[in-house]
Design a protein around this ligand. Sequence first.
Ligand SMILES: NC(=O)c1ccc[n+]([C@@H]2O[C@H](COP(=O)([O-])OP(=O)(O)OC[C@H]3O[C@@H](n4cnc5c(N)ncnc54)[C@H](O)[C@@H]3O)[C@@H](O)[C@H]2O)c1
Length: 385
Amino acid sequence: MKVGVIGSGTMGSGIAQVASTANCKVIVYDVKQEALNKSKTALEKVMNRLVEKGKFGTNRAEEIQNNISYSDQLQSFESCDLVIEAIVENPEVKRNVFTELEGIVSENCIIASNTSSLSIASLAASLKKPERFIGIHFFNPAPLMKLVEVVPAIQTEESVLNKTKETIESWGKVVVQAKDTPGFIVNKVARPFYGEALRILEEGIADVATIDWTMKEIGGFRMGPFELMDFIGNDVNYTVTETVFKAFYYDARYKPAFTQKRLSEAGYLGRKSGRGYYNYAEGASNPKPKQDEALAKMVFNRVLVMLINEAADTLHMNIASAKDIDLAMTNGVNYPKGLLAWANEIGIEKCVTELDSLFNEYHEERYRCSPLLRKMARNGEVFSL
Ligand SMILES: NC(=O)c1ccc[n+]([C@@H]2O[C@H](COP(=O)([O-])OP(=O)(O)OC[C@H]3O[C@@H](n4cnc5c(N)ncnc54)[C@H](O)[C@@H]3O)[C@@H](O)[C@H]2O)c1
């Protein structure tokens, strides 16, 4: 299979590595020669490291590198079977590239976007044959993250969807299917992990270190929400939240937090700027968690039940299947358990009671219980996974 990748930045380079490792011939195109050079050098470094670690021999490393060619001409995509776009998140720029590309590739070539926040339907509409268009959403770093969300637009033909899923699965990825709705699965369902933690902080219920400690210690999450926001970058995380909030017509559930906006405005972006919720300067002292069991239990239950509610509502709105929602969260953001499996374990009725008590306390929309959870509790049902 011949694969074209448009854009040789972070994601394009990673996707190219994934496809070439799966023995596809790959062409990477970028408007900037310098970006192409950087991508090639980065891959060489990765390959050398993998050889040093004994993952494979030099022959295999060369094979993977030789599978990729680099071009500053879109015309090189002429004989591609699949083209994945991973350029700047600008709808106009993306649409122009797709229109030009369609004049170059064959009738049967599948054209895909790795966009995180644009609607697949709006991008597909830039083509004369929109039924060949689909969303293929990789996670960063693409070679390491197992999950890929495949997102058909309303225009996408069934055969294109099936072929895409089959191809990406053959690249060794865990493929889930999501409806063309804002944030797809992961970037939507994960919002309360940050949002509810921020709310608990803003209300003064617990501090950053205590909330992080709680989620790791009781929940088994690899990183606490604040550590993770610092890792992702507070500017990036804030933008995702704001985008999802606007895209869901200002649904209060996704309301961004002033705390994060201020950090972002101050340049406290997290690890990359040396300071975020924590101070990463050498020798800097950071606050210690308050290891209060009752407080930790309360904080953990509140964040978890909000995550479960979001996952349940995602199923309720048919954005993805129960199985795919759980696979997405365990493989896309490394949650220790699928949220719906977790709900089964805790008991659906208990989740409803917790959500209702939050709603009764605050009378805010963000705490409304998903109708699906309520119905399941009433009927004594569990999620089938
Ligand atoms: N970075 C992430 O964590 C992440 C995760 C999933 C999806 N995405 C999505 O992937 C896409 C790319 O993100 P990224 O982080 O790799 O960006 P990036 O800035 O690292 O790379 C973008 C590349 O596209 C090139 N480019 C810009 N305009 C172009 C054009 N018209 N034609 C050809 N090349 C062009 C740039 O020169 C650059 O090399 C975006 O749509 C983003 O939403 C990003």
